[in-house]
Ligand binder design. Sequence first.
Ligand SMILES: *Cc1c(COP(=O)(O)O)cnc(C)c1O
Length: 465
Amino acid sequence: MSTITNHLPTAELQALDAAHHMHPFTANDELAKKGARVITRASGIYLTDSEGEEILDAMAGLWCVNIGYGRDELADVAARQMRELPYYNSFFMTTHVPAIALANKIAELAPGDLNHVFFAGGGSEANDTNIRMVRTYWANKGKPEKSVIISRKNAYHGSTVGSGSLGGMAPMHAQGGLPIPDIHHISQPNWWAEGGDATPEAFGLACAQELEEAILELGEDRVAAFIAEPVQGAGGVIVAPDTYWPEIQRICDKYEILLIADEVICGFGRTGNWFGSQTVGIQPHIMTIAKGLSSGYAPIGGSIVCDEVAAVIGQDEFNHGYTYSGHPVAAAVALENLRIIEEEDIVGHVQQVAGPYLKEKWEGLMDHPLVGEAKIVGMMASIALTPDKASRAKFASAPGTVGYVCRDRCFGNNLIMRHVGDRMIISPPLILSPADIDEMIRRIRKSLDEAHQDLIDKDLMKAAS
Ligand SMILES: *Cc1c(COP(=O)(O)O)cnc(C)c1O
């Protein structure tokens, strides 16, 4: 098999990148001075860069390469589909085999009566679909005033104007005139950072009850839906206390509020079940999917919709769709990805092998002087860095300063681990073996030790007052 290895020298690639390529979520001037790391190939859980370094990817790209890199089956399917039917749409009374097959497969895998799929190019687009769909649902039912969508601070639901408004990231809202009207945010169930003196259980319950307070304040006749990630991902892998989700489900049921689970990260095995909703015990009306749907091999996302919502939306023309909704190549690739997850029992591997082994090792990191709490669900996990565990202290330096020091050490040790503020997070490919986990933990411990020494040297091990 031939591979592409004849690229320009790294410095030239970096100069061209800096000259012409604008990076997402990046201060491009700063990056231009440093030079981006150039990734040239990948296999399994390892990336290779233009200098030939092998990097353990503990983020699975952007939380998406669930089956790992380098699966030829997906490449073969893509090539076959491109030859047979590279593109057609499903707007005007037409359809095609990959979209039919994928929608059927997703309906089979999704719990309850989530039997209908509206395709999008990714998670952001799918959440934009959801905004219009839930508002149109209530309008079709004669209640157009039910248009408010309640979400959570520090949630991530995408980067378009609509999905960015649903999300609760303050730095995103600060740019470009977000949020759109009729989006309301309540607290996130982040006990470590915001729980104060409450127990995790009491704090979880109080956060959920903010939903009820918001509904009563806004008026039940104004609220269309509540959206949340079963486990917050980009916000820092925030795992809600056990009391949280049952109360959320009770409130949505009581007030007839549509529940949207954003499963873009949690879906397709990440939490040890097919969907995060199953792990946290909720039954949503709509699920947002993307990322692990194709393991990132092709861009595709969508909304899985329950019978009732699909029936009401179907009563009239829904003036919404994307050129690439259900793109045949992406759909064929996603279908092959789901076949691999199912036939190789990758969800079972997370639940019974890799998940429990990683949990033991991950929680063992609590013995490190920098680590406060360690949280893990399936194969997504976080640690909170702190100068003082006992008081759950924050660092005196600006939030993210310490996280960045740690991330830099990870980078140096050929380990991709992200920081969100002063939390360190992982979301590795689901195929990790116990030996891979040992190697990953070895690199993490080495990076934490080096970061700890850096912090001491720079006099940064100080608590905020
Ligand atoms: C990544 C992500 C999105 C956005 O998906 P894109 O494919 O980047 O548009 C939405 N929701 C969650 C929970 C995500 O993690």
